[in-house]
Write a protein that binds this ligand. Sequence first.
Ligand SMILES: [Zn+2]
Length: 413
Amino acid sequence: MKRFKGMKIKIVACALSMMIVFSMAQIGVKAETVNEVWVNGVNIVNAEGQTVKCGNGTATYEEATNTLTLNNVQITNTNTSFYAIENKKDKDFTVLLQGNNSIDIDDRTGVFGYTAANITFSGGGSLDIQAPQSISNAKNITFDDVDITASASSDGAIVTDGNITIKNNASIICSGTYFAFNALGNITITQSIVEATATAEYGNAFSIIDNIVIENNASVSAISYYPSLWTKNGDIAIENSSVKAESTHDMGIWSNGDLTILGHSEVVAKGKNKSAGSIGAFNIIPALNEKVEVYVGTKESDVTALEGSPFMIKTDLKHHSVSDSSYFYSKAHTHIFGDWVVDTVATEISKGSKHRACACGHIETTEIAMKPSIDEPSTEGPNTGDSTNVVFAFGMLIFSTVVFVIARKRVSK
Ligand SMILES: [Zn+2]
């Protein structure tokens, strides 16, 4: 049975590798490095004032930093290679987004680079890309505090031979046919929101050769035919983040390395017959002194707690029957306490104690204050050693004396 499962995964991996090669072949041979940066059908390096009008907005270029600033543009033209924006320079490229920008082309790629240069999208603005392929670059792609929506009609949405980094409250909502994200390196999503869809049969929302890291309050949802979070060689780690991963024909999450869920994460994995798994370890690692609840079932409404849940220490779920369920759900445990139970009654001379318990076995204990002595006069409030009242009373005494003296002086006039 195990052997069969391994073989099936291998076939899946092989098919996907071929798809990656296919996709790269579509990109074509590496372009020559020349002094050209194309936008809306114009080489902006040679344009007057290094400015190109794009719909109601303008694209401007700064040569020193190889930065293209898009200010409320609508780009509808491509260069002769069918790219709406293309960096042909062998120098890191920044696309600065101001306001709301769009690319809408029938053929072929929204933003393209096939030199040894990284592309960074930053500036706090937005970019909507409607194209057969959204963004493709030979080196790393970074999204830093930008909103991207991208719908790729005949290929991957965001494709790179390098790494993808999404950070600083970026929001990336993208869909492609065979993949939303395809990286030969890693993808790291930190403190950002990502929604990824692969629409074609045999597609993966995340098709990543090395590692997938989702961390620091990131929120990721993904859906595809094959595992929506999939690594070919690397690991998948989800730390203090929320992930919803769904596959319509396989497992929601599959790692050919390790799969690790850490700290305060909330993870849902839905699959056809199985939910989440890995070739390596499938570890749950709770935050210090905390626990993680794990539920499995066939759907959200019929889950039951996995044996041993909530887990207090690092636990490899491969030793549990997680993968046989089509629905997996894990979240950091929150204690739900019963009523307080008094263990020692407080008296006039000694404090008492009480406890309350959570079903997970955690017990919280606290003391009960001593009873007030019956001999003490029942004046307002206990004697706390606070002298505020004394000072106040003394002040009032002086004040009323002064008023009395003034009043007497007035009467005597
Ligand atoms: Zn508890």
